[in-house]
Design a protein around this ligand. Sequence first.
Ligand SMILES: [Zn+2]
Length: 249
Amino acid sequence: MDVAGSNPVFRSILDGPVGVAARRAPSARPGFAGCPRPGGRGGARRPAPRALATEVPLPANGGLAPRGDRAAVERAIADLVRALGLDPAIEPELAETPARVADLYAEIFSGLEPGTSPEVATFPHAGEELVLVRDLPFYSLCVHHFVPFFGRATVAYLPAGRIIGISGAARLLDHYARRPQLQERLTGQIADHLERLVEPRGLAVIVEARHLCMEMRGVRKRGAVETRTIRGALAAPPWSEAIARHPRP
Ligand SMILES: [Zn+2]
């Protein structure tokens, strides 16, 4: 039986028009809360909540939320301008650049603010059919080079009693994209958070992005980088076979 291949929704995801340069093999994680187990689902106790595998500690200053940190960013950018041999007295366009960049960072790094967490509503749900949100656009900044990487994400899961609100996947994506980030970590963090929220039977997070640190420096090649985190029932046949057959999200 080819459940995934015959599912028009999933097929439409997998037949999307996106190019792929690199792809991670789907991987199952032992102990996934939603995995089918011998003896049937629902019989075993759920495992105790655990720390997010992909969580990274916030900076000691908690990011840019405190006003003092914003001022420090502004001073640092002014220093950077001077270090590059630029002079606002000669180039007046630079005069407001430190303040503008500090404002920019406060906005695009809002995911670093201490205590913030995406507001994602969850609801009881009896159905078990695939839920999928595809082609969510995002912008982030490469943690290695501080230049943008951007693309789109697809989030899919098989509910096991709860679903997230319809905007939830986009909120998770934005929260974890708005910080200096690795695409691989972004993918895993969305998956971890979704798993904690609804403990699905299986999930897949597929992120495809262009990286300006690859395009405007170094090898100077344009290419799409794809990362996938696939767990539980979606990492096992027939779903895994359907995903593997289709090189595009
Ligand atoms: Zn980079």
